[in-house]
Design a protein around this ligand. Structure first.
Ligand code: ADP
Ligand code: MG
Length: 655
């Protein structure tokens, strides 16, 4: 795979570089540096400007080197735990400035009233103070760098290797001339050189901007290439559905579609009529009405006598999707389900009806990939984006398809910033609006000492005949952390509501036990389900109107949001109670964000801000490119510009 941060192709091993013997090579390998490109892009983590600055021109807050004359006797004061403060005044460029060195008492003898001094420190322009970090005896001039090397070799040693890399490398990749001119960017080689061998703050800033642009621009070009490959053009991909029949069908639906649903239906229908294979993502929170949108598309395909499939990763989800398609379209579409547990006899019958074209929609797991599953004409595939399928599985699906049209569905809202990067190769339809009449879930944050109020709120709901979820920490966790474990929580609720009403589910139970417990809750035999987060995998009990999440601080915003989405699935008012003695700022902030919004997109933006993209995607999915310099949240503007320019360039090359 080609990497985004590369400037010489083919890449060469670092073996040929000066200063790289077997030992050094091994050390560099251990921190992931294998080729010359890796060396060139292994950039310093910090810069120190050692050239002397005129204090009159120094920026407030900058770390600078200044020189001048010591004007007072240095005063040394010791305080607690061996800490010390050394202060004196100096005259630098006509400014009388106070200098303080913390915890370097030995410098006292080096500072002599009336004599020359040169030092490095942080300048506070308002107070006219410098917080000194070191005295400089020998004016080296320029900037020095420090590399992140995990302690395996010295920065100075590495810089020599970098030098040799520049001498050997053939730079055969750069930004187009017109972009360099338009955005005041440097040549990529020069920018990299500046970042390794800095000459000034201004230049390194420009160099950094150049490399960010370079990374993001190349990334966008790659995505566009991928996008183009997905969009094979052929008359074959046209689903020339019957619009009158489709309109009639939409009229039979028991409700008016929301604006976002209409737009999404239009997007999909437009794709159908084009001679390009569909590769679209339908994004919308739980309950936003994606199933209806997908179902309408399935119906469109049916109007020309062709078939659709819904692929999901698990049996539970297959059941859920099957049920919700059945509930909504039961008498208008022929829908079947195929999973690993479908009985052989039933399976044979389904396969027969599938190959004869009688079935309109097949919902299933990986079982659909098997060779004996033959469609009459599969022209539309919906993939539930809990995970993306691998290349080979995609290929198998394509092999089965008569017309290659794929719609991905996800209930995980992704911030706009990330969706460009993560889903840049797809068209995206968004459903932000919830169906009319839906009551937003209320969310409150309670402390453990307010348990009584929590219990009585839940009781209120149970008394009305509603169900409630109680989420408790895992058993394992409770052994080391200060958490109420699932058994304690269970017994609190059991005491309060009586044994008859409460059922317990946790990860250490046998699958059958778990199943029985879940069934008891789903069938409304038991009104309270105390569980660890196992309920996340997909349970649908519209009768539930409350969810209590104990030690809510353990969860990130996205998990809390997913958990909260278990309730609010009917027309009744639902409530989410977060029970937490959250102590850290981060945890408190999460609780506050949760109580302030139910909009999954806003939450995802806040989540991203709090966690940063690497972390955010670590949990969500892999496959996000690792940029060396660019940061997709901070450099969003550069990303957008790079994307526009890449799109232009791509179009010019291609057409
Ligand atoms: P999702 O698949 O996005 O989680 P669903 O498609 O299952 O959401 O819809 C959730 C519920 O809302 C379903 O009961 C569905 O019938 C209902 N629904 C969907 N769209 C509308 C609408 N426009 N107006 C009223 N109810 C709707
Ligand atoms: Mg659904």
């Amino acid at each position: 795979m080609t990497r985004i941060h590369q400037v010489q192709t083919p890449d060469q091993s670092i073996t040929g570089l000066k200063g790289v013997g077997d030992k050094v090579k091994e050390k560099l390998f251990s921190i992931g540096i294998e080729g010359v490109n890796d060396v060139l892009f292994h950039l310093p983590s910090s810069y120190t400007d050692q050239s002397v600055v005129n204090l009159n021109e120094a920026i407030d807050g900058a770390n600078i080197t200044v020189e001048g004359t010591v004007k007072t006797e240095p005063q040394l004061a010791f305080f607690r735990k061996g800490k010390s403060r050394l202060t004196f005044f100096m005259d630098a460029d006509g400014i009388y400035v106070k200098v303080t060195f913390f915890n370097q008492p030995y410098l006292k003898s080096k500072i002599i009233n009336g004599e020359f001094v040169r030092l490095f420190g942080k300048f506070n322009r308002n107070k006219l103070e410098i917080n000194g970090s070191k005295l400089i005896f020998e004016a080296s001039g320029g900037m020095s760098v420090k590399y992140p090397l995990g302690g395996v070799i010295q920065s100075k040693t590495f810089q020599k290797i970098v030098r040799s890399a520049f001498d050997t490398a053939i730079f055969n990749l750069d930004l187009p001339q017109h972009l360099k001119a338009k955005y005041k960017l440097m040549a990529v080689r020069d920018a990299l050189f500046e970042l390794h061998f800095p000459t000034s703050q201004v230049m390194t800033d420009q160099a950094r901007r150049t490399i960010k642009f370079f990374e993001l621009y190349n990334f966008q070009l790659k995505i566009m290439d991928k996008r183009q490959k997905e969009r094979v053009r052929s008359e074959r991909f046209i689903v020339d559905y019957n619009i009158d029949e489709l309109k009639q069908f939409i009229e039979t639906l028991p409700f008016e579609l929301t604006g976002d649903q209409k737009r999404s239906v239009n997007d999909i229908c437009r794709d159908f009529k084009q001679n390009i294979s569909m590769h679209r993502l339908l994004q919308g929170d739980v309950g936003s009405g994606k199933t209806i949108v997908a179902g309408i598309a399935v119906y469109a395909v049916k109007t020309i006598g062709e078939q659709s499939a819904v692929m999901v990763p698990t049996e539970v989800l297959a059941n859920q999707h099957y049920q919700s398609f059945k509930d909504t379209f039961g008498d208008k579409l022929v829908i079947e389900k195929l999973t690993g547990t479908t009985k052989p006899r039933e399976k044979r019958e389904i396969l027969d009806r599938l190959s004869s074209g009688e079935i309109d929609l097949l919902v299933g797991t990986h079982a659909i990939f098997e060779d004996d599953v033959v469609f009459d004409r599969l022209s539309f595939t919906i993939i539930d984006e809990q995970h993306r399928f691998g290349v080979r599985q995609r290929q198998r699906l394509n092999d089965k398809a008569y017309r290659k049209n794929v719609l991905y569905m996800t209930a995980t809202p992704i911030p706009r910033t990330l969706s460009i990067t993560a889903y840049g190769d797809m068209d995206v339809s968004l459903i932000r609006e919830m169906p009319a009449g839906r009551l937003p879930i209320t969310t409150e944050w309670r402390r453990f000492n307010e348990l009584d109020q929590v219990l009585s709120s839940v009781k209120n709901e149970i008394d009305k005949g509603h169900s409630a979820y109680i989420v408790a920490p895992l058993i394992e966790e409770s052994e080391t952390l200060d958490l109420k474990n699932v058994y304690e929580i269970y017994s609190i609720f059991e005491d309060y509501f009586g044994h008859e009403d409460v059922v317990l589910v946790h990860g250490r139970m046998k699958p059958e036990e778990k199943n029985d417990a879940m069934k008891a809750f789903e069938s409304l035999n038991k009104k309270l389900l105390v569980s660890t987060t196992v309920i996340e995998v997909g349970i649908n009990v519209p009768n539930a109107t409350s969810i209590v999440i104990f030690n809510a601080e353990r969860f990130g915003l996205s998990t809390l949001h997913q958990l909260r989405g278990r309730v609010g699935r009917n027309n009744k008012q639902s409530a989410c109670i977060l029970v937490s003695d959250a102590a850290t700022d981060n945890a408190k902030l999460r609780m506050e964000i949760m109580t302030s919004t139910t909009d999954g997109f806003i939450l995802s933006e806040r989540d991203l801000e709090m966690r940063g993209p690497g972390d955010y995607f670590g949990v969500r999915q892999s496959g996000l490119p690792q940029f060396k310099v660019a940061d997709i949240t901070e450099d969003y503007r550069i990303l957008e510009v790079a994307r526009e320019e890449a799109a232009k360039a791509y179009l010019q090359d291609q057409f």
